[in-house]
Design a protein around this ligand. Structure first.
Ligand code: 3PY
Length: 254
């Protein structure tokens, strides 16, 4: 049975002490709620990661991740953080290709393919984000866009490496806008992604891949989204900054 994941993306929010306080609250509230094949993940700014990992010790269903990593192993890249550095803090995950990185930092599928390789080489599990813009949906090219993101970003991996990925479908028009894809719209794309994985790898690999929905997912809409057969959890933006909301989303699976 594939893993169910609720992952918080704190983005560029919370100073050091605020982050630790929120994470402590989240641990206390989530520790008895994430059960079975479920996992709760918090992807924080880099400055928090090491401390959050320390706080999460002993809680097997709570993990920590980063929101980005550099494609090179090391070198003269002032201000950047490598996958190896992230791994050395004890983090387990890294978000790659979030639409904000694609949009504001010019991250392309080719660059993200390199970032994915470097993250996997350093034993981090990428949460690989894909999704179409509003214009692409209106032009009815959303399936093509998503297929290209899959093919150019991650389908170069062999099946063994691919099995370590989590995929997050985040329609760009639903990010930070308060607009959510309907559960039918989200399910349609998740089913498409799973079929593409099956065609490229195998049905077994496709059935084992965790595919999250992201984009204004909150305690009110999570239950309907997560009830869809191909939606295995969420990548949560704003609602992950409130311990009660995040916990309520985690509880949706119970
Ligand atoms: C959102 O929900 O806004 C997100 O971008 C989650 O990554």
């Amino acid at each position: 049975m594939r893993k169910k994941i609720v992952a918080g993306n704190w983005k560029m929010n919370l100073d050091y002490n605020e982050g630790l306080a929120l994470f402590s609250e989240i641990i206390n509230m989530v520790k008895d709620e994430a059960t079975g094949t479920q996992e709760a993940v918090i992807c924080s700014p880099f400055i928090h990661i090491h401390s959050l990992v320390q706080l999460s010790k002993g809680y097997s269903k709570i993990a920590v991740g980063a929101q980005n990593a550099h494609q090179e192993e090391k070198g003269a890249y002032t201000g950047e953080i490598s996958a190896k550095m992230i791994k050395s803090t004890g983090a387990a995950y890294v978000i790659l290709g979030h639409s904000e990185r694609r949009q504001y930092f010019g991250e392309t599928n080719a660059l993200l393919a390199k970032k994915t390789d470097t993250a996997l080489k350093n034993d981090l599990r990428p949460i690989f984000c894909i999704g179409e813009t509003l214009q692409e949906r209106e032009a009815n090219t959303h399936f093509d866009v998503i297929k290209t993101q899959l093919v150019d970003g991650i389908f170069h991996l062999d099946a063994e490496a691919f099995a370590k990925l989590v995929i997050a479908y985040e329609p760009v028009w639903a990010i930070g806008t308060g607009v959510t894809a309907t559960s039918a719209q989200a399910q349609e794309i998740h089913e498409f992604i799973r079929k593409e994985i099956a065609a490229k790898y195998s049905q077994e690999v496709a059935d084992a891949t965790t595919i999250l929905y992201g984009g204004s997912c909150n305690p009110t809409n999570a239950a309907e989204l997560f009830a869809q057969p191909d939606i295995d959890g969420g990548l949560i933006g704003g609602a992950s900054l409130k311990s009660r909301d995040f916990t309520d989303i985690v509880k949706t699976f119970n």
